[in-house]
Structure formats: structure tokens, C-alpha cells
Design a protein around this ligand. Sequence first.
Ligand SMILES: [Zn+2]
Ligand SMILES: [Zn+2]
Length: 443
Amino acid sequence: MNENNIIVRNPHGVIDILPQTHEYFTYIKKVVRHRCRQAGFRRISPPMLEYKDVFQKTHGQHDDILNRLFTCTDGQQEAFSLKPESVSGIIRCFIEHEMNTWPQPVELFFIEPALFHPETQTHLKTKKNALSQYNEFGTVVLGEDDPALFAQLIQLAHKVLQDLGLEALYRLQINNLGCPECLPKFLADFQGFYCGKERALCERCKNFLADNPLRILECREEDCKILLELAPKLDPYLCKECTSYHGEFLEYLDEMALVYEKNIRLIPEMNFYNRTVFSYVNDSGERVCGGGRMDGIVENLGGPKNVPVFSFTMIIEKIINAMKQEKIHVPSKDDVHIFVAQLGKEAKKKCLTLMDQLREEGIKTVGALGKGSMREQIDIATKFNVPYMIIMGLTEVRENKAIIRNMKLGQQRIIPLSDVIFEVKKVIGEKKLDKYSPGEILY
Ligand SMILES: [Zn+2]
Ligand SMILES: [Zn+2]
């Protein structure tokens, strides 16, 4: 607590991304951008705010996420929500910007923050460590129905996990959830089976039974699992189209040597996925990636009919946790090359110009301009763990020279001030310089 008795902490569920973690973010984003661009995907960013109606229409009225939206109004009638995921906003973009007139398929990727309320107001308990703010990346493919394209999308997710060094940690699981043609018949029989047996179900499943019965499939309570064994299975209800699409899709996965397992209890976290769905899960059943087809989603939001859509998303925070647990280190972009130390006002003046020149050349430079003694400055340089130090005192200023010190070897030599940049570049190495060019693709 501070002196005003105000507790200084961030709100429950939101996160501070500190510099050490940002190194992971930078690295992951780089991998994602590289893999997506390589596959011809283009980046899109829907805004943080959408009309609440957008999420209601894309998720369907029974998705628990709708009870967890941060919602506000414009002071009159319109209700807005902060996005709990980015896919809905992208579907809205597709309709609003008439992307159906673009060359098809439209292949998009996103790296975005998202937010929802951690305390659910319904029957679901907050999951332990559930985040209300998180960052996700993902892809959306619209306008082309080929199962080969969908298989290719999974290959992209796989390559990202591979690049991050995590592919051995997660298994690809596939399920077929049927379509509006075949699913309702199954759901009717499935709900009918539980009629009179409700008391044997856990509270969670009891609450899902009427509105969202598929969620019963994923329950881990022993009693629910036993009952589920006896319940009707979805497979025999699947229509010809669902079966043939799924079969062809699996053939493509085999062709690409993507190892998968069928999991008839795999239910996506978001309600808008249907038919063929997939997840990457670890041994504890935690999923890092989820995706699937999203038939009808464009039409539900008021867009053109029969636009095929499939997508996946990954939660960046989950990936970072996994990388840290696996002790996967990422190259640090924050490492400093040079520490500039000075003694006396005249030296400080010279160093201001020198530091600017070094930085312009792509040499990551810090100095402790506010500190007085050389001892203090060397202590700071040690904390930064810099490989080299430039030192200027009264003598060096007078003679137009500087000292370059190799911190590891503890050796130093005097060089002309005009040679400093050349010498530093030589010891750091041209490849390690942090060069920025506006022409470079940075998005
Ligand atoms: Zn079907
Ligand atoms: Zn249950």
C-alpha cells in the first residue's frame, strides 16, 4: 500500500508484460509473421470495440462467452463490447468491406489482444488462472471450400509450433461435429437419453443439457463420463456431406504426414466452430490452439450465404508459459552493445554526440549521464552486461581520444575519437547491428 492507502496493483485478470516476457512476444510474433506471409496470408486488425450484436450473432445465443463480455453503451441505445476474440470482428470486416469481391480465398492472419470478464455470471466457475486479457494470433480463410486448404491451415499451425520448439509437447486432435443438417437430430436423441437421468449429471452438465448439450461430451467428472459411454454417439448421425468432407480432409493430413488422433469428445472452446474441428493439446489436456470450420457464420451476421470459413487461434501467453517451462530461450533483442561512461562536463558533451552517432549506426548504446563517479558508471555497465565500454575523461577530451574497454577480458586501449564508431562496429560485428530501414516490412 502507498501513503494514501491505495493498493497499487493491476485489476484481477489483466497482465503486465514486462521486458523479459516481451522478448518472447517479439520472437513469437516474428515466427507467426514469417510463416503466415510465407503462406500468402495478409494481416488484419479488427478494432477492440464492436457492436455487441456482432458477438451475439457469430457465437449464437447460448455461448457462455456472451455472459463474459465487457460491455458499454454510447449513452443512448447502442451497446458495444470489447472483443473477447478477433475472429468475429474479422467476419464483420469481410462483410463490411465486401471481401467476397476480392480474389478468393481471402487468407488473413491476426496478432491481437482480447478481453473478457473473468468472473462468469452464469453457472460456470472461473477457471483457475483464467485470464481476462490475453493476446492471441490466428488465421481465417474465407471463400473457398476445399478440405485441402483446411489441411494446409493446420500445417501452418504445426509449423509455428515447430519453429517455437513446442511440437513435441502438443498432439493434434480432430473431431467431426456435424452440420445444421445432421446435428439437430443427434442432439434431440442425446438430450432425450438424459431425460430422467439429470440427477446423475454434475452441476455443470445439468446446466448445459438444455441449451448447449455438446459441452457434456468434454466433462471429466467420473459419473458424467460413465453415463456418456451409454449415450448415443454422433458418428452414425453425420450426413453424407460431413462424412465425405471430413474423410477427404484426413487424407490430406496423412499426405502431409501430420500425425493426429481422433477425439470424439473434443469440443471447441468457442461455439462458432462446427463440422471438422481440431485442437493442439498437451498431456494434461490443456489446449494451446483451437480451430475448425465455421459454416454459416457470415450468413448469421447478415453477409452473403454459403461462404465457407475456417480458422484457428493460439493464445500467446500459453505458448510463452510452455516455452519457459521447456527452458526454450529466445534471442534477446534488448542486449546492449556499448556502455558510454564519462567524467566531467566537457566529456559529457562529447559523449552526447558520440552516443547519438553510435545509435544511428545501429549500435545499441546506453550511458549513465546522470551518474557522477566512474565506479558508479562501471557498476551500471556491469548490470547491463555489456561486452564493451567507451570511457572519456578530461585527458581523453583534451587529446580527442577515447578508451575502449573489453569488459570480459578487462583489457582496454586508447583510440582516436574519430575511430570510435569504426572500432566498435569491428568488435560488435556488422551482423549484430540493430539497423532500421523504413522500406523493411515490419507489420
Ligand atoms: Zn452434416
Ligand atoms: Zn459433467
